[in-house]
Design a binder for this molecule. Structure first.
Ligand code: GLY
Length: 256
């Protein structure tokens, strides 16, 4: 199987996407342009794109990451913590069921894919405003069947675990210490986000090692470059305005 990236178009209603802070002004046309650059980055790195149709009734639907977690050969369809987002899972289920076996997170569990960070054989799951203990336990049960360990990570100050911690490579993470306990990641080399950029610095590392980073965190970008990384800059300001990082916009299935 080729590597596949599942993405979803930006509806006009994206201007009303959920936000945890002050209501921002989102330029939907600009978001669409940024989304196109993002998908070009994925295609240029060998991903075959599956573009799900946008849905005006689901303003947050471009943030597909929250609807599914890929655990090697099984896809876990989530039950997002925000009720308004639960309808997003249907289209993702249709795409994934054609590709691999699927499992479901069920009530009373809630799980957002943005809270799930895979590092080697460990699945770190954010205990957040969106993901609850039951959701983590359900995911842990499925992960254990594939020989994966699950670690719960309390998350504060940001929406999801992956807003706070990003995988840079097998040994290294980019982490905001104000949002998670860095001791939980003591087995990794840690590059800290510059504190004032904790909400802005976002990185997406692909299966082939290619990396994209947001344009809005120049000091953290300097730290990455000094540590030997050379990310492609991707402007995602309109998605950041809706609390979305670079991982949020795709579900990636890497060829074995
Ligand atoms: N706007 C992203 C979320 O709230 O889920």
């Amino acid at each position: 199987m080729r590597s596949i990236a599942i993405v979803r178009g930006v509806p006009d209603s994206f201007a009303d996407a959920l936000v945890i802070g002050e209501t921002p002004t989102i330029d939907v046309d600009r978001a669409r342009e940024q989304h196109a650059v993002y998908t070009e980055f994925l295609a240029a790195n060998g991903y075959e794109l599956t573009m799900l149709e946008s849905d005006e009734a689901l303003p947050d639907c471009p943030f597909v990451e929250d609807t599914a977690v890929i655990l090697d050969t099984v896809a876990v369809l989530t039950r997002p913590g925000a009720e308004a987002r639960r309808g997003e899972v249907r289209a993702m289920a249709g795409a994934l069921e054609a590709l691999m076996p699927t499992r479901n997170i069920t009530r009373p569990g809630t799980l957002d894919g943005g809270d799930v960070l895979r590092l080697g054989r460990t699945v770190y799951v954010g205990l957040s405003a969106r993901t609850n203990r039951d959701g983590i336990n359900q995911l842990a049960g499925i992960a254990a069947q594939g020989g994966l360990e699950t670690v719960a990570v309390p998350v504060g100050d940001v929406l999801h675990l992956k807003s706070a911690v990003a995988r840079l490579d097998e040994e290294t993470v980019l982490l905001a210490p104000s949002c998670v306990d860095r001791n939980l990641f003591s087995g990794y080399r840690i590059i800290e986000k510059v504190p004032e950029e904790a909400h802005l610095a976002s990185v997406l590392t692909l299966g082939n090692g290619s990396m994209a980073a947001t344009t809005t965190a120049p000091q953290t970008l300097d730290r990455l470059r000094h540590s030997g990384y050379d990310p492609v800059l991707v402007d995602s300001s309109e998605f950041q305005a809706a609390d979305g990082g670079l991982t949020c916009l795709s579900v990636l299935i890497d060829s074995p």
